[in-house]
Design a protein around this ligand. Structure first.
Ligand SMILES: Cc1ncc(COP(=O)(O)O)c(C=O)c1O
Ligand SMILES: *[C@@H]1O[C@H](CO)[C@@H](O)[C@H](O)[C@H]1NC(C)=O
Length: 305
């Protein structure tokens, strides 16, 4: 499966993840995570074959669908050890959702927007760029007056764009600090509550979570009852619409195809999130809606008619 030098680092990494996930009795995200690690290993090896070099690795910090917090620090380390030139982290969901420490993560580039978990209006994001001998030659794709004066100043003024979202950041910081513990407090309470609500839903539906608590931040995957008959991605979209139209519930869903010969498996996972404005009742409402569907012998085939 994995050959050459990367075996040394990828194997222990895989083992840690496998143990973490097996403890939790959940194979769904384990398999996805292993596939990603194996693809990374294979890509790095292919890149190194015949003395070639991997110029850039792009890795997510918090994946969107299904959602899971990637062990980014370890993956960046592996890339370094494998001689990857530069590592770019797509951390769209990260700020305000999970721990973000540039020094610890050690990537060359790291970007997160502030319009997902940091209460800002769209569009606002930051790009971290590690100082390195390579960075002076980096430019913003749109340069107004400041060409050659450094990436930061080139990015600060790119002409007649609307800067309103950026100007809101100081007020957002002030808003965030009104909550106990600031953003750290918010993150912790979001995490604790989403795990609690996820477990509550899984218990009520007789299913399980998509990943263990330490692999999620403020979003978690919860298995939907198999009897809903979610058979493909189109079913998840129709069920989502059905819940919106008939129950006033908005929740994204993920379709997981059953393996060959697998019977009665969970094929649909809902991605639930928690932010300061959510109440436990939001999740109870979702629990009851699904239980009502199950009680009424609803299946997704009804939505295809
Ligand atoms: C991993 C990832 N990258 C990028 C994006 C897009 O982010 P933006 O709204 O900043 O374009 C998302 C949004 O869901 C995401 O989850
Ligand atoms: C998805 O599955 C449903 C049954 O749940 C079926 O009626 C429908 O035709 C399928 N749609 C696609 C696009 O395969």
């Amino acid at each position: 499966m994995l050959m050459g030098q990367s075996r040394s680092r990828l194997r222990p990494m895989l083992r840690v993840l496998v143990v973490r996930l097996l403890k939790f009795n959940c194979l769904f995200l384990l398999i996805l995570m292993m596939k990603s690690l194996v693809s990374l290993g294979t890509a790095l090896e292919r890149g190194k074959a015949e003395g070639r070099k991997v110029r850039l690795a792009v890795i997510d910090h918090v994946t969107s669908m299904p959602c899971v917090v990637i062990p980014i620090k370890e993956l960046v380390q592996i890339c370094r050890e494998e001689g990857v030139d530069q590592v770019f982290v797509d951390a769209a969901h990260a700020i305000g959702c999970t721990d973000v420490n540039m020094k610890e993560i050690g990537a060359d580039y790291y970007t997160s927007n502030l319009h997902k978990w940091f209460f800002c209006p769209p569009s606002i994001a930051f790009l971290y760029c590690r100082k390195s001998p390579k960075s002076p030659d980096l430019h913003h794709p749109v340069v107004s007056h400041e060409y050659g004066n450094g990436l930061a100043i080139e990015s600060a003024w790119i002409g007649t764009r609307d800067y309103s979202a950026q100007l809101v950041v100081p007020s957002v910081l002030e808003f965030v600090n009104r909550f106990e513990g600031g953003i750290e407090g918010i993150k912790k309470r979001n995490h604790d509550t989403i795990v609690e609500m996820g477990e509550m839903l899984a218990k009520a539906w007789g299913t399980h979570l998509g990943c263990p608590r330490h692999m999620c931040a403020s979003m978690i995957m919860v298995g939907l009852p198999a009897c809903l008959g979610i058979s493909n991605e189109s079913d998840t979209l129709k069920l989502r619409t059905h819940l919106r139209d008939n129950f006033g519930i908005e929740v994204p869903m993920y379709y997981r195809a059953p393996k060959e010969g697998e019977v009665g498996a969970i094929t649909g996972y809902a991605r639930i999130s928690h932010q300061v404005y959510n109440k436990d009742n939001d999740y109870y409402k979702f629990r009851d809606a699904v239980n009502q569907l199950v009680g009424n012998k609803f299946t997704c085939t009804l939505l295809s008619k």
